[in-house]
Design a protein around this ligand. Structure first.
Ligand code: MN
Length: 194
């Protein structure tokens, strides 16, 4: 058994102009794929071959196996968070939770954007649901992921340079601003549950 690169849930030109076809071809077709190929090479002939990706992410020691497995998971989660003709605001229980935990959707969005922009170096910004049910915004470095802890990830923004350099060069803040046009709130609401 080997791990497979999940297909994008939309075509590579579907997120333009916010994220270009060229970026998606590289980000999914090269970077995401490389993590899959690397992990398959690393686990070949070991007991990890029969484990699920999530199991490996949750249990692997720091090192190449964790890094590649977590990056596969993080990227699948990121690409599935986005959709063409999305954006706007969440509704239902999640909207209420955001309002009570952050003040308003605008406040939440500003705080998430700030976290994404200020994440030092390569990493990810996340909206998570904490074990007590409240929401929080967290930043992780490199391949680190909330999946290894107690929080339930709801939304992520990839702020590795490869996510935006083709389209925005060094202007990470502009990429994060446009990212909001692509967030599929229906998907995020489903992850939130209730
Ligand atoms: Mn990436």
């Amino acid at each position: 058994m080997s791990f497979e690169l999940p297909e994008l849930p939309y075509s590579t030109d579907a997120l333009a102009p916010w994220i270009s076809k060229e970026t998606l071809e590289l980000h999914h077709g090269k970077h995401h794929k490389a993590y899959v190929d690397n992990l398959n090479g690393l686990v070949a002939g070991t007991e990890l071959e029969s484990k699920s990706l999530e199991e490996i992410v949750r249990t692997a020691a720091p090192g190449p196996i964790f890094n590649n497995a977590a990056q596969i998971w993080n990227h699948t989660f990121y690409f599935e968070s986005l959709s063409p003709n999305a954006g706007g605001e969440p509704s239902g229980t999640l909207a209420g939770r955001i309002a009570s935990d952050f003040g308003s959707f605008a406040d939440f969005r500003a705080k998430f954007s700030e976290t994404a922009v200020k994440t030092f170096g390569a990493g990810w910004a996340w909206l998570v649901r904490k074990p007590d049910g409240t929401l929080a915004i967290v930043s992780t470095s490199n391949a680190a992921t909330p999946l290894t802890g107690e929080d339930i990830p709801l939304l992520t923004c990839d702020v590795w340079e490869h996510a935006y350099y083709v389209d925005y060069r060094n202007r990470r803040a502009e990429y994060v601003e446009k990212f909001w046009n692509l967030v599929d709130w229906e998907k995020i609401e489903n992850r939130f549950g209730e």
